[in-house]
Design a protein around this ligand. Structure first.
Ligand code: ADP
Ligand code: MG
Length: 244
């Protein structure tokens, strides 16, 4: 079992959210519970990929703590801690810690030591934590997410993508993450592109038209057919995460 997995990338739009949602779907199908899904991207669209309706987010909670009346006898710090558990959205077979504002009105960041502490407290009650991160190393460098057991760097198969993934790996290492926790996931893989990287390749997710169709229709990614090739490849990745 590898408790905390963070999905990251150097370039934007490489498929982090797509893969995270399929990974969560595969993990809960395997009966590995309890699972916590964390959306750590201010673009805040993991819940859409998962098809989950969200009313509470980290952003809304934090906003509330700064604008609403705090109950008497409680300071802001105490209030955030008290409110924190209610921010979780209960989905089928897992909990979701959503990011952003519920109405999706733009980006929201929380470089906030207190929230980091809350996340750590909450993490302890789950067997598996999967974090959908933003592109780049903000969370790792700020320490919002500390020391994941697995860092999955998602990249397209091209040479530039591989170089970017290599730089992200170097950065993660320089920030103290051991090299043996860092793995490469090639997404939108195609037979005609040779992929070379010195990051251990843990999964190749094929280009899958069902994903594009779901996206265009605004439908959840997890609704793509069970036999679709990307879903099958992510099932193998999930199997690797929960082995041992
Ligand atoms: P990120 O979270 O890294 O920004 P997304 O998961 O939102 O990336 O994916 C970006 C775009 O790439 C989306 O339009 C998605 O439909 C498409 N995409 C991702 N993975 C695949 C795939 N394996 N096959 C086809 N399209 C994909
Ligand atoms: Mg994303």
């Amino acid at each position: 079992i590898r408790p905390c997995t963070v999905v990251i990338s150097g370039k934007g739009g490489t498929g982090k959210t797509t893969i995270t949602s399929l990974l969560i779907q595969a993990l809960i199908a395997d009966g590995e519970r309890p699972v916590l899904a964390v959306d750590a991207d201010p673009n805040a669209n993991l819940h859409e990929a998962l098809g989950v309706t969200v009313t509470e987010t980290l952003g809304s909670m934090r906003e509330e703590a700064f604008t609403k009346n705090i109950p008497p006898g409680m300071d802001r710090t105490g209030y955030i801690k008290y409110r924190f558990r209610r921010v979780l959205t209960e989905a089928e077979g897992y909990d979701l810690l959503a990011m952003g504002r519920p109405e999706g009105s733009g980006c929201y960041c929380f470089p906030n030591a207190l929230l980091t502490e809350c996340i750590e407290t909450i993490e302890r009650s789950y067997r598996l934590v999967i974090v959908d991160s933003e592109a780049g190393m903000e969370h790792i460098s700020r320490g919002t997410i500390k020391s994941p057991e697995v860092l999955l760097i998602v990249s397209d198969p091209g040479a530039r993508g591989m170089r970017t993934a290599g730089r992200i790996r170097d950065l993660a290492e320089s920030l103290g993450l051991p090299r043996d926790r860092i793995f490469l996931v090639v997404n939108r893989d195609r037979d005609d592109v040779a992929t070379t990287s010195d990051i251990p390749l843990i999964a190749r997710i094929p280009e899958d038209p069902a994903i594009g169709e779901a996206d265009l229709a605004g439908a959840p990614i997890v609704g793509i057919p069970e036999e679709s090739p990307a879903r099958a490849a992510v099932r193998d990745l999930a199997g690797w995460l929960i082995e041992e």
